[in-house]
Design a binder for this molecule. Sequence first.
Ligand code: HEC
Ligand code: HEC
Ligand code: HEC
Ligand code: HEC
Ligand code: HEC
Ligand code: HEC
Length: 304
Amino acid sequence: MAHALETVEECKILIDHPVLTAKVGRYSYRIERKSSQSSYSVSDGNKTVTLPIRWAMGGSYAIGQTYVLEKDAEFYESRVSYFSELNGLGPTLGSEGSTPTDVNEAAGRLMGRDDKLRCFGCHATNATVGRQLTLDKMTPGVQCERCHESIEAHLAAMLLDSFDLGSAKDLSKLHGLSAEQLSNFCGQCHRTWEEIALQGNLSIANIRFQPYRLTGSKCYDADDPRISCLACHNPHHEVSNKSVDYDAKCQSCHGGGKPGAKACPVSTDKCVTCHMPKLELPGAHHKFSDHRIRIVKPNEKYPG
Ligand code: HEC
Ligand code: HEC
Ligand code: HEC
Ligand code: HEC
Ligand code: HEC
Ligand code: HEC
């Protein structure tokens, strides 16, 4: 999460790909690196607009990356994005439904005030104060102090302590939260159950909102820490993609530890491969793990 936003100077994807091109409908796109900056051009064959890229949203090589462009002191969300699975550009998620009428519209979508606050608010640290965008104070990415208040003071001491987390325990108000409180805490950015339930979107589009999906699972118990986000994820480390790493988490309840949680008649390992299937989100070029843990029926309709 520390790379959820990157500067153009440090953006690994743009450094590794000095030229990126794509054709979407009648528009041709080209992203080009010159020294430590990148520019973004779109052409309809007659007219070309070229804009500087100011920020890269979505870092590293996780899923993909969308660019924040600047024109006349306004920010635009790029209409094409980089997708790891394509190792190239494709239409930005959410833009597929509309057809731009000219090159300016084809370049990107004007980001309104709320848009900017929300985008940078979730992908960076100290980007907002109240309703004010504070890009001069911002640190790109989800850094320590985005989750921990006033951690800076403790950080130096902690590093001297060669990362002895125990000694800094009292700095964390996050310790000892219930499964439900954590779901809401992580849900500030991963979206809460309530936010998605109110939208009433029961399509596959909600696959990426883990707090919502998990709450809908029969395994979910608001008061049981064994099913909280932290039971399976340490926000200070990369997520593991080895299915066996999760077996012990499941077995803490299904291995006889919780009344009502039965044992599997089919297998004793790799639980998540069958019960948390990876499903393709159309347009995202990525398979998300469905956090609605369940028995998957053959040819089932997506359980919204
Ligand atoms: C300030 C917003 C924010 C909060 C709070 C937040 N996340 Fe994230 N998280 C993100 C963003 C943005 C990404 C996408 C990362 C990227 O593009 O590099 C992400 C990615 C992830 C990933 C997958 C990527 C990886 O390899 O690390 C996991 C797992 C994750 N978050 C878990 C959590 C958990 C658990 C919590 C609560 C303890 C949490 N997040 C709280 C914003 C947030
Ligand atoms: C409510 C918080 C929130 C807002 C607002 C938000 N994002 Fe994200 N974004 C996330 C989280 C969490 C993830 C990781 C999980 C996922 O892919 O859904 C993510 C993932 C992404 C990714 C894929 C990155 C990766 O590789 O994981 C891109 C690109 C992205 N966001 C761009 C944007 C842009 C551009 C905006 C503004 C128009 C925006 N986001 C607004 C929370 C947010
Ligand atoms: C996405 C949110 C998030 C980010 C970013 C984050 N933390 Fe944490 N941190 C947590 C949560 C949640 C806990 C509570 C863990 C628990 O209860 O087991 C925690 C606990 C801790 C603790 C106490 C450990 C304990 O066992 O109680 C320390 C120390 C800590 N974090 C340091 C850091 C440092 C240093 C960074 C930056 C490198 C950082 N955190 C970034 C969410 C985050
Ligand atoms: C019972 C275990 C479990 C719990 C609880 C859990 N997750 Fe996950 N999560 C997984 C597994 C397994 C993966 C897939 C890892 C992989 O193979 O890359 C995953 C992946 C993710 C990803 C990466 C997106 C993707 O699907 O590629 C995010 C983000 C995430 N989890 C967030 C959360 C949040 C937020 C919570 C709490 C609401 C949570 N998870 C609770 C097991 C769990
Ligand atoms: C906090 C304890 C807990 C954890 C952790 C947990 N489960 Fe469960 N799970 C339950 C309980 C309790 C039920 C039965 C609920 C019911 O039938 O009302 C259940 C039900 C299920 C079911 C049957 C659901 C259905 O559709 O009928 C499956 C499959 C399952 N769990 C798999 C898993 C897997 C795989 C994991 C790990 C990724 C896991 N569980 C983690 C408590 C848990
Ligand atoms: C190869 C796929 C696969 C794997 C791996 C797997 N399961 Fe299952 N599981 C199934 C299927 C299929 C069913 C439904 C069986 C039936 O209804 O006859 C099931 C049923 C269940 C049930 C419901 C049992 C009941 O009596 O209602 C639970 C709970 C469960 N699995 C948990 C787990 C756990 C925990 C793991 C890992 C230790 C696991 N599963 C690994 C395929 C799998």
